[in-house]
Design a protein around this ligand. Sequence first.
Ligand code: MN
Length: 133
Amino acid sequence: MQIQPQQPTVKNPPEWFTGDVWLDPVASPQQEGQRMSAGLVRFAPCAGTAWHSHPGGQTLRVVEGVASMQARGGEVVEVRAGQTVVTPPGEEHWHGAAPDSFMTHLALWETPDGEPSAIWGDHVSDEEYRAPR
Ligand code: MN
């Protein structure tokens, strides 16, 4: 057993995020063969990710506030604290806070060998973000 040193909270990079988004790393692979990563991510109102996909898929558990999320080709959906959203490998999507609420989610993902954890695309446009829920 090992209590891990607490890592500093970092601001997520503007290339891949809009608005203020803060990451607390929770878990990352420690040994050969491990793939699991986790992070607690805090979004200010209106802040969110760019469009992206995960080669190993991703599970998002909203732990506080109200989230807005969208999969490519689908509607913008509202997700509330206590709900869990699963995005399958390769599905393009974005996730962020609702326009009028802070939001915190726990992000859980596995990174397949030789692949990035995420493949990033365009920023979410205002039109996309503001689509009716
Ligand atoms: Mn994602």
